[in-house]
Design a protein around this ligand. Structure first.
Ligand code: SF4
Length: 351
């Protein structure tokens, strides 16, 4: 008897349960387009005075409210056009969305977004691109790079907003501007036909199988991300991978060795040219630990302060990273595996 192979279901594009609109958002074509999407999908929607003040989310407990927030989209205008710095990945963070539907236990948005874990998208993209242009002109002829995934995963909501398509097209025309973003979602098809002029580097977040299975619910599977990476390479985009957060766990050497092996087996050789890797070790703050333990009480994420090294963070709080010996072991081992499988790649940083 032939046993049929188990077919894994594709991760579906995100459909929110509830959408809020700022009235002004409907003055913009993107706002109206999102409203059409919402009506076509029969999604419940409400009007709100400000995307910063969503207080009456359904749910009895804090945990229920949090889960609901992760399924709530708020459509508004970006008022602050001063961009934050985004070291070490880029010069500036370009804000096209805030928040994410993913449920990665370790995600720093748990604390940086505080009481506003819902997903905000901004429809005044022309204003945002105008601000980006000023930053580029200020520094020209030096290249200015923008990171579009500092406060969200923009690929996960691209089918609703189309903002990445606009941004990639805008950056293609900027001689001294470059764009980059990272994703854990595989829904890249709308980006494949765009004229990008090699000005956008798309990176996929990857990790050891244990980390993806334990800590990254509600994101695309590893295989889906790699398939999407191959499509991105085929479309001629500069491609990269972020291994983050690197987590010290039982069998980590095998886990990360297998990750690089699987990546090299799955990625067409044409995609291996000019690859970049970024490595970020797991870190947390005391505030993050408290929030994560409330939101994911059964998490296996190790956050034992006694086992970590204290480091001053730019958010005005200590963060806890691995002690130097563990950091060195992780960095050396993964670096060797990267160059073993991808000798022509480069490593941007380990932090
Ligand atoms: S996909 Fe990225 S932004 Fe979304 S929850 Fe996971 S780590 Fe956070």
């Amino acid at each position: 008897m032939v046993i049929p192979k188990k077919t894994l279901r594709a991760t579906k594009p995100f459909i929110p349960d509830l959408v809020y609109f700022e009235p002004d958002a409907l003055e913009y074509p993107k706002g109206r387009k999102i409203m059409e999407f919402v009506k076509a999908k029969n999604i419940e929607y409400r009007m709100t005075t400000s995307h910063n003040r969503i207080t009456n989310l359904p749910g009895e407990t804090e945990q229920e409210k949090y889960r609901m927030a992760k399924r709530t989209l708020v459509v508004g205008l970006r008022k602050t056009l001063k961009f934050d710095q985004s070291k070490p990945s880029a010069d500036y963070a370009i804000p096209i969305s805030t928040g994410c539907m993913g449920h990665c236990h370790y995600c720093y948005l748990q604390t940086t977004l505080g009481a506003k874990p819902y997903i905000r998208v901004y429809v005044n993209t022309e204003d945002i691109f105008g601000a980006a242009k000023s930053y580029i002109e200020e520094r020209a002829p030096e290249i200015t790079t923008f990171e579009a995934a500092c406060t969200s995963d923009p690929v996960g909501i691209e089918h609703i907003t189309g903002s990445l398509q606009d941004l990639i097209t805008f950056m293609a025309g900027e001689e001294f501007g470059r764009l980059r973003f990272v994703t854990k979602f595989h829904h890249v098809d709308p980006l494949l036909e765009l004229k990008h002029n090699n000005h956008t580097r798309i990176r996929f977040s990857i990790n050891a199988d244990y980390v993806i299975r334990q800590f990254e619910p509600a994101t695309s599977r590893f295989e889906e991300r790699i398939e999407a990476a191959a499509k991105i390479a085929h479309a001629g985009y500069p491609l990269g991978f972020i291994i983050a957060p690197i987590i010290w766990h039982d069998g980590w050497e095998q886990g990360y060795a297998e990750l690089l092996e699987r990546l090299s087996a799955a990625l067409p050789s044409s995609a291996a040219e000019g690859l970049t890797f970024e490595m970020i070790q797991h870190r947390f703050t005391k505030t993050a630990k408290t929030v994560i333990e409330q939101r994911y009480p059964k998490t296996k994420l190790e956050m034992d302060i006694e086992k970590r090294k204290q480091k001053w963070g730019r958010w005005g709080q200590y963060k806890y990273v691995y002690p130097d010996e563990q950091q060195t072991a992780l960095r050396q081992f993964i670096t060797e595996r990267i160059f073993e499988h991808f000798p022509k790649s480069s490593i941007d940083y380990f932090t």
